[in-house]
Each structure stands twice: as C-alpha cells, then as structure tokens.
Design a protein around this ligand. Structure first.
Ligand code: NAD
Ligand code: IPM
Ligand code: MN
Length: 371
C-alpha cells in the first residue's frame, strides 16, 4: 500500500454518482501513472443516518482525521428534511469541518475558454476569469453560541443564531488570503458588513492590522458583502482573492459559480493548519454544489466539480501538481471537443451522460500521456 491515504465519502443524491467517476480517474492513475492511493470508503449524511442513525459516526470521523485527504461528494435530500436538526445530513459535513478544524475553504471560480458562452453573463465579462473565494469555514454564525428556538411567554417563539469572530480566527484566515494572493495577482478584497455588524467591524480592523504587519506584496481593500454580490455579477474580473466569513462565503461562492456556467463546475478545498512537526494538514475536497435531488439517479450530473476537487487534492495534499495539471487539461480538452452534461448544454454541443463525460475524459488523459 502507498502512503496516500484518501477517505472517500460519497454521501447522498448525486454525491456518490460523481465520486464514482473520480474513482475511475484514480484507477487510471494507478494503471497509467503507477501512482496508487490507499483508498477507504465510508458513509456520511443521509446514507450514514439510514445505516447508523447519525450523519457521521465517530469511526468515520476518526478515519477522516487519520487520512491525508477526504474526497467528499454531497449530502442532503428531501427525504431527510423533517429529521431533527442534530441528525440532519448537513450536520455530518459541518461536524467534519469543525472537528478537523478545516478553517480555510478555497473556492476558485475559473472560466475555461470553451465555457465562456455558458455563463449567464456576457462572454466579455467572464472570459479568462480566475478568482479565488476564500471562505472562513469553522466560525461565524454557522457555529456561534447561543443558538436555538425558545418559547416566549406570549406563546410565540424566538429563533436565533450568533455571529462571532475572534481575533485569532480572523488572523489565520487572513494569512491564508495573503499567501494565496502572493501566488496569484497580489490582491485581496476583504468582505464583511462593518457598517452594520460588530463582528464586521472587528474583521476589518484585524485584516487592516494584519496587512500592515504581514501583508508585504499584497494590496488589500475592503468591501461590504452586499456590494460584493453586486460587483461579482457587474464586473467579476476586478477580483483576485476575496476573503470573507462563513455565511457570506457560502452565498458569494454560489453566486460566483454561475459565472462559470454551472454549480456543477465548481470545486473546493477545505484545509486545516499545517502541523509544524509533520508538515501535514487535514484536508477535505468537495464540490460547491449539493446533492441535487432534482437530478439524482438520472445519470446526468456533471462530474467536473468533483473532478476538479480531486485535482485540488492532488495539488494541495499529495504534491502531485503534474497530475493535477494533466487532469485539468483533460477537462478543458473534453469541453473543447463539445461534450456537455445537461446543466451546461448549449446549442451545437453534444449532450452526454455523467459516465460518457468521464469516458471521454479518460481518453483525453490517455492522449496526454502518450502524446
Ligand atoms: P444543489 O447544489 O444540490 O442544487 C442546486 C441546483 O443545481 C439544482 O437544480 C441541481 O440539479 C443543480 N446542480 C447541482 N450540482 C449539479 C451537478 N453536478 N450537475 C448538474 N446540475 C447540478 O443545491 P440545493 O438544491 O439547494 O440543495 C439540495 C440538497 O443539497 C440540500 O439538502 C442541501 O442542504 C444540500 N447541499 C449540500 C451541500 C454539500 O454537501 N456540500 C452543498 C449544498 C447543498
Ligand atoms: C456548502 C453547503 C453547506 C454550507 C451546507 C450543506 C451545510 O451549502 O458547502 O456550500 O452551508 O456550508
Ligand atoms: Mn453552499
């Protein structure tokens, strides 16, 4: 066995469907590149709930912590909508993020040449687009206490959540933003609502101070989240790295997804801190999209977001930049050849299933190694 330990958690809906396609690429790597992975599969989300009564077992969590990377599909489904909050499929994912301390969520939005007409925006606005949304993933209103639903004396109820950020939480995500920017175009836009939220006031102050102390080579500016949503659809190419909190990052990255044509195209990497002794970091790779109950089981899901997530795993967890480039190139070539899953279908293109998309991808990979 190799020491490349990858835990595969397909989850629900189209999650297992797109993960299965990536495993075909993993097989290809073993056969054609002699790089093998030590794979383990597990259940998460509704699938884990059905079997174990919980969306994430302690065993699966331990396997995740023990792995070099988790390849994650998606969780959720209408059949689970009425479950108690604490056992909903989404809690499984949130617990993984929190317990693995995956505070840095990298959500790149790139428009491949062949896809510039698939965006809902005009070609000029998106062609060549390459932005990085960096979402803080373990803090903010997703985890802040107190939260709950309380009965009030007058018979009505009160539902509440708490948005909290501490200085160290903001600093550590800020550092990741500066590091990313230095390898890109050197620009960071920090996004909050300092005009209405105290956590936003602190966020802006901490980012400003961090920039003075550690921001060499990086230009920092600040933007309110509502304006950022507008600017993303007005002129997305103005951005390089956007760093923002958990909730704004969730929303803005879905928004950025449509710039690339479909949610089915957008990958993500969730990273923990680098361990000073081992040099390793916990990591989970997942598409930005969900379990897509409306198309689950039909064999038409776009596998590209999951493929690109695996490419990020190759790059960030396995030091296999060459293979990552190769996989991304193969995806570009397939798109150039005119194949499209339903979500990115356009006039004059050939509509293909999930599996056929991967068949062609593997052929392109073959060409890349032989050519
Ligand atoms: P969704 O991302 O699942 O789907 C939104 C729309 O995009 C749907 O029309 C869907 O068909 C389409 N779509 C998404 N991925 C696609 C792909 N790969 N190929 C083609 N089309 C694709 O979001 P939703 O409908 O709001 O949520 C459905 C469920 O997924 C909910 O239970 C939600 O909580 C969950 N969810 C999970 C994750 C995750 O696991 N990380 C992320 C988002 C939503
Ligand atoms: C995402 C999803 C998750 C989130 C849900 C499923 C918990 O929307 O990964 O973007 O809100 O973070
Ligand atoms: Mn989301």
């Amino acid at each position: 066995a190799s020491n490349r330990k990858m835990l595969v958690l397909g989850g629900d809906g189209i999650g297992p469907e797109v993960v299965k396609e990536v495993l075909r690429v993993v097989d290809w790597m073993a056969k054609k590149r002699s790089v093998s992975f030590d794979l383990q599969e597990g259940l998460v989300g509704g699938a884990a709930y059905d079997k174990h009564g919980t969306p994430l077992t302690d065993e699966t969590l331990a396997d995740a912590v023990d792995s070099d990377a988790v390849l994650f599909g998606a969780v959720g489904g209408t059949q689970y909508d009425d479950l108690p909050f604490e056992v909903k499929p989404e809690r499984g994912l949130l617990r993984l993020r929190k317990e693995m301390d995956l505070f840095a969520n990298l959500r790149p939005a790139m428009v491949f040449d062949a896809m510039a007409d698939a965006s809902s925006l005009k070609r000029d606005l998106v062609s060549g687009l390459d932005i990085m949304i960096l979402r803080e993933l373990t803090g903010g209103v997703y985890f802040g206490q107190p939260r709950g639903i309380d009965d009030l004396p007058d018979g009505t109820k009160k539902g509440y959540d708490t948005q909290v950020y501490t200085t160290p939480e903001i600093e550590r995500i800020g550092r990741v933003a500066f590091d990313l920017a230095r390898k890109r175009d050197g620009r960071v836009t920090s996004v909050e609502k300092a005009n209405v939220m105290m956590s936003g006031v602190l966020w802006r102050e901490v980012m400003t101070n961090l920039h003075k102390a550690e921001g060499e080579g990086v230009v920092l500016d600040h933007m309110y989240a509502d304006n950022c949503a507008m600017q993303l659809v007005r002129n997305p190419k103005q951005f390089d790295v956007i760093v923002t909190d958990n909730l704004f990052g969730d929303i803005l990255s879905d928004c950025a997804a449509m710039l690339t044509g479909s949610l089915g195209m957008l990958p993500s990497a969730s990273l923990g801190a680098v361990d000073e002794v081992t040099g390793k970091r916990h990591a989970l790779y997942e598409p930005v999209h969900g379990s897509a109950p409306d198309i689950a089981g039909k064999g038409i899901a776009n596998p590209i977001a999951e493929m690109l997530s695996f490419a990020m795993a190759l790059r960030y967890s396995f030091d296999m930049g060459e293979e990552a480039d190769m996989l991304e190139q193969a995806i570009q070539n397939v798109l150039k050849s005119g194949l499209r899953t339903a979500d990115i279908m356009q006039d004059g293109m050939a509509r293909v299933s999930t599996t056929v998309m991967t068949d062609s991808l593997l052929k392109e990979l073959d060409k890349l190694v032989s050519g």
